[in-house]
Each structure stands twice: as C-alpha cells, then as structure tokens.
Ligand binder design. Structure first.
Ligand code: AHM
Ligand code: MG
Length: 336
C-alpha cells in the first residue's frame, strides 16, 4: 500500500473510528475537543517568553485583565472546553483538589483526568513542558459521574496521551491500537501525522532519574543505578544520563530514543514516601502509552502500574518506565 502523507489528526481519529462500526463517535468528539484545547495552550506557551517584552507579566496585562499563570490558564482552558462538550461526565485535574463536574445537561459517557501543564516550573527557562490526559469509560449509575468513574485502574483506560510544547508542539496518543505522534504546523493550525506507530526500542543506553536524591533511595534502587554506570562495553554500559526534570520531555525522549525513567520512593525523607508523580494523570497514561509502544511501567517494588486500583485522585506512585528490557532488569534489581 502506498505510504500516506499529510494525514491530519482528525483524519486519523476518524479512520480509527471507522474500524469500529459500534463506535458512536463520542471518543472522536472528545479527542477533538482536547486537540482544540492543546492548540490554545500551545499558542499561549509559545508567547510566554514574550510576556515580559510585551509588558504582559505581573498581575494585569495591557487590557487591564488579570494575567493568569500558564498552568492556571491551561487548567481553565481544558475545563472550559470539556465541561460543555457533552462527551464526559466528570473530570479531575492536578490543579483542583476535588472532582470537577460538567455542566448540567452536558453529561457524557467518559471520565477525564489531566495534568494541564506538567513541569510548569520549567517555563521560565524555556524547557519543554506538557499536558497529560487519561480517559476512562463512565461506570457509575445516573447521568452525572462521580469519583468512582475516575478511580479506575490504568489497564481500563480507553485512551491516553500527552502534548509536548517543545521545539515544536507534538501530540502523542493511543486508543489501544498503537501510539501515534502528530506535529503541529502552526502556520495552518493543524496537527499532522509525523510519527506513525511509535515503538520504543527494546533496550536503551539512557537513564533518566534525579540522581541528587541518591542518599534518599532504598538500597536496591542505588544498586540498580550503580549497575547502569558500571563499565561493561559488551552490554553497552555505562549508560548515559539524560534528565530534564519535566516528565513529558523525559518520557518523550525515552519513547523515541529508548531509555528508562525512574522516580522512586524515598527511604529516609517522609516528604516523598511514594515518589512524586501522580497515578491518575501522570503515571497511568504514560504507562498505557509505553505498553502500546512495546515498553513497560512498574512501581519500584515491581508492580505493574496499569494494575494499581487508585484510592485517591491525587495518589502518588513510584514510577519506573521505559524500554521493556531495561525495566525488566530494573525489576530484578528492585525485587531480587
Ligand atoms: P509538577 O507536576 O509540579 O510540575 O511536578 C512534576 C515534575 C515532573 O514533570 C518531573 O518528572 C518531576 O516533577 C521532577 O521532579 P524533581 O525536580 O524532584 O526531579
Ligand atoms: Mg505534574
């Protein structure tokens, strides 16, 4: 078959809907709304560096309006679009403590969890940041959803993805049929298929972890990282370290080039007994994406991230994610 080019994200989503005659188009509609939100946030992120120059930083802009921080802007943008799209019944965001209802009369059949702008502390230094999303099917009775629609394990996600605002803006998502990456052409405002059917390399030469925390780690975590640094050219060690400190950017890099990312528990500090990253809108969606791309995601005691039953909206979880063979090796160290 001839290679198709110039495929827009809407075309690709419609094509995949066509493979499911039973589909109602709601998931397609939901993803389309998220894509619009992504474009709006992308435009705002790209302007962030100009804010000072244009005199729009501080508490009010030149129109006399209060300027929102970018993460608040991203959060409000997604909530506003989704609460009246008619495809979802309930939402959870990293920026909101409780569940976020949708407008009455607009209740749909999906639940959406999202991190509106992950890594937002990196905005001021022009480092890539991202939006992460996770979609489950509604399972509560009645029209309006409740927390139980969000507290579902990652294995039951119907779709997951992220948008990375980097040297270009990319959207990477899966509905369980492979992982596809699209790059935004800002001149026409469209996402075009640039990375069809992404496969993460089986084994890699890179690891990503905040190594400054070594002294907080449990001994097996330390032993595993020491192993990656041993000199053994036959098996490709030492690995190289790449840590950006922005999950979407670190994950994306590893997805494309191969690598393993770790955010383990602390043994000593009570500050991060379960690591830092959140299960519902950081670890679980990335775990679905990596599984669809051939990789693996586990906790630092060897449990499969996708099998964890969430107990709270903002539950944290230790995360080891990336190239399958590397994560399997890590699991042997961590559980051995
Ligand atoms: P945030 O949700 O407050 O932005 O924090 C999450 C970020 C992730 O993007 C990144 O992986 C992690 O924090 C880095 O944390 P650390 O600075 O402890 O290495
Ligand atoms: Mg976050």
């Amino acid at each position: 078959m001839a290679k198709r080019s110039g495929i827009t994200i809407s075309r690709q989503i419609m094509d995949s809907q066509r493979l499911h005659p039973e589909a109602t188009g709601d998931l397609t509609g939901l993803l389309s709304e998220l894509i619009v939100a992504a474009k709006i946030i992308s435009a705002e992120v790209n302007m962030a560096g100009l804010a000072d120059i244009l005199g729009q930083s501080g508490s009010t802009n030149i129109q006399g309006e209060v300027v929102q921080k970018l993460d608040e802007f991203a959060n409000a943008t997604i909530k506003r679009r989704m609460e009246q799209c008619g495809y979802i019944c309930i939402m959870a965001s990293e920026e909101d403590d409780g569940v976020i209802p949708v407008l009455e009369g607009y209740e749909g059949k999906y639940a959406l969890a999202f991190d509106p702008l992950d890594g937002s502390s990196n905005i001021d230094v022009n480092v890539s940041i991202g939006t992460i999303f996770s979609i489950h099917r509604k399972r509560s009775a009645g029209a309006s959803g409740d927390e139980s629609d969000l507290l579902q394990k990652g294995a039951d996600q119907v779709a997951a993805g992220y948008i990375i605002y980097g040297s270009s803006t990319m959207l990477v998502y899966t509905t369980g049929e492979g992982v596809h990456g699209f790059t935004l052409d800002p001149s026409v405002g469209e996402f075009f298929l640039s990375h069809p059917d992404i496969r993460i390399p089986e084994r890699a030469r890179y690891y990503s972890v905040n190594e400054a925390y070594t002294n907080y780690w449990f001994e097996p975590t330390r032993r595993y990282i020491d192993y990656l640094k041993e000199i053994d050219p036959d098996s490709g060690r030492p690995y190289s370290l790449r840590y950006i400190g922005s999950l979407v950017a670190d994950f994306h890099r590893n997805l494309i080039s191969g690598g393993i990312f770790l955010y383990p528990r602390d043994s000593k500090s009570t500050d991060k007994p379960d690591g830092k990253l959140r299960l519902l809108y950081e670890a679980a969606p990335m775990a679905m994406i990596v599984r669809e791309a051939g990789g693996l995601a586990i906790t630092d005691d060897g449990r499969d991230i996708l099998e964890i039953e969430p107990a709270g909206l903002h539950q944290r979880v230790p995360l080891i994610i990336g190239s399958r063979a590397d994560v399997e090796t890590a699991r042997r160290f961590l559980t051995g």
